[in-house]
Ligand binder design. Sequence first.
Ligand code: CP
Length: 306
Amino acid sequence: MTRHLLTIDELSDDDLTELYALARAPFDDELLKGQGVALVFERPSLRTRASSATAVAELGGFATFFSDDEIGLDRRESAEDVARTLSEMYAIAALRLRRHDVFARMRAATNERLALINLLSSDAHPTQALADVLTLADEFTNGNVNELEGLRVAYVGDATNVTRSLAVALTRLGVHVRVGAPAGYQLKEDGAENPWTFARRGSLELFDNAVEAVDGVDAIYTDAWVSMGFEDEVAQRRLDLSSFRVDDALVAHAATHAVVLHCLPAHRGDEISDNVLDSPRSRVWRQVFHRRSAMRAALRWIKEDA
Ligand code: CP
């Protein structure tokens, strides 16, 4: 059966164990030899595009990039016809999509012949979450993701698709996750990648106050206040989220050993200060490093079952 990596939620425990192991294991650079992987981006990207292209090349394959301007998903032609076309040329397509439900349409249109990887959708950012877990394991458990149980991680700011995948990935490893966000920006239970699915394995607590959310935690995570698609709300979001900035004053409430994460791109002075982003606590470049580990793992995991 064709494997897809669309959310952390829908993966089995065995799938995740395999993915984390593959991310760190030596790799066969012939695995994708002569094979193409389609990279479709409806929205801009630096890290995801770079890590996808390099991971494909590391495994001996070649990546073909398609922008929204070229494909015009559901404008130039239907998502179904895009998927059918790609499936005649490629075995794997990795996509950054505006709407998560398009993945299901593509799966149905191709009778599951095209393996799909979610490179960020309206609901989830699973390859980012894999990279984040690997980063925390490097920091706290000598690389062993299965020993993260009991860790305390706070996400503060606008709770996004990144937050959803992060919360699922961490809680199912027994991590205590706290999310600090003002009213209207908090996690919701709707859509794919339900943050509460595995909450009882660790815990998931919601706060409307950033200081309370980060109190004593081992790691603080934040993301842009103005995600892609919300550009016309800049002024209102800056106003609503101003007390959720990750700066020296906020970080002082975390544990003395606490580290800071951000999936990037960062908006210095908005959700995170220069001081914190460039401080010894920052692990953002380790997260970037693991984007490639995570993407390589995703490709290997799909190929191993093909
Ligand atoms: N974190 C992340 O997905 O970065 P890009 O949007 O640059 O790919």
